[in-house]
Ligand binder design. Structure first.
Ligand code: GDP
Length: 301
């Protein structure tokens, strides 16, 4: 089986191919070089702000020189810098000192939320932690069924309601179950029907309030799942969810399906939220903790 760094590399291959950093070598860093670099960075969805900053620095440091390994190392370091939060990168999941660590997972339908929750279930159980999973999207029976499969496979405890049941009451029951069983982790999956935006946000707030009432300092993490191929749309979604429920991190999915992996930089630059995990495939192991160094190294081949 491929190691996780190989999976990461394979997952980011499309973006790496677009950037094609080895092709920079030996060229003179002139106007045409800078224009090409600008086009590549923008196509990779790095964002206008970060692209301008990077170009300015390359121009200052290397204009008139021949692009060499030093230039690659410089751009690599700058990208890592752009991706690293001011206070340093947090752990992939910050476990609370007093269990259950409560994770609230939000995101619009189609973002890869159910898949990401399944992958997180697998990860948390592989760490030997006991887990109660709350399927609060009571309208999509298929999503809850998918979680039931993973709960059973990994030995997690699933709490779900009847179709159409009040999601907050499912969250309530799940809190009771997690407390009664002294579970290490409670993970709450939520609905993502965006066409009823105000309703959705109210529903999420209600779930969050239940968690807050039942478990001290909960939710400890609020992860927003964003489709890495959604570009600016993803950023708008993040702003909306953050305003409503206050996110603590992003799970950025489907980076394997896109040459626009640079969106991780744009997200970091636009939102004050760290990317905590990235999805680089459909397999259960294809959710990787986000680490700026390894992410950028994978883009550089
Ligand atoms: P939800 O509606 O947000 O719950 O989305 P799903 O979890 O059902 O995912 C929607 C589709 O995206 C499914 O076909 C998933 O297999 C796929 N998907 C989710 N995450 C990834 C990923 O990281 N890479 C790829 N290639 N596909 C993904």
């Amino acid at each position: 089986m491929a190691s996780w760094i190989e999976r990461l590399k394979a997952g980011l291959a499309k973006t790496a191919k677009l950037l094609d950093v080895r092709s920079w070598l030996g060229r003179t860093v002139d106007q045409s070089f800078l224009e090409r670099l600008e086009a590549q960075l923008l196509q990779a969805d790095v964002g206008v702000k970060a692209t301008e900053r990077l170009l300015q620095k390359v121009k200052e440091g290397f204009e008139g020189k021949t692009a060499d390994e030093d230039l690659l190392a410089f751009v690599k370091a700058e990208l890592i810098n752009l991706l690293t939060p001011a206070g340093g990168a947090p752990e992939a999941i910050r476990y609370a000192p007093t269990p259950p660590t409560t994770l609230l997972i939000a995101g619009v339908n189609g973002s890869g939320k159910t898949t990401s929750v399944a992958k997180l279930t697998h990860r948390i159980r592989s760490e030997g932690k006991s887990l109660v999973l709350a399927a609060c999207d009571t309208f999509r029976a298929a999503a809850a069924d998918q979680l039931a499969v993973w709960a059973q496979r990994t030995g997690a405890d699933l709490v779900r309601g009847q179709t159409g049941a009040d999601p907050a009451s499912v969250a309530h029951d799940a809190c009771d179950r997690a407390l009664a069983r002294k579970a290490d982790v409670l993970m709450v999956d939520t609905a993502g029907r965006l066409h009823t935006q105000t309703h959705l946000m109210r529903e999420l707030e209600k779930i969050r309030n239940v968690l807050q009432r039942k478990i001290p300092n909960a939710p400890h993490e609020v992860f927003l799942v964003l489709d890495g191929t959604a570009g600016q749309n993803a950023i708008r979604q993040a702003e909306m969810f953050s305003k409503s429920i206050g996110c603590t991190g992003i799970i950025l999915t489907k980076l394997d399906g896109t040459a626009k992996g640079g969106v991780a930089v744009a997200i970091r630059q636009t939102l004050d939220l760290p990317v905590r995990f990235i999805g680089v495939g459909e397999g259960i192991d294809d959710l990787q903790p986000f680490r700026a160094e390894e992410f950028v190294a994978s883009l550089f081949g």
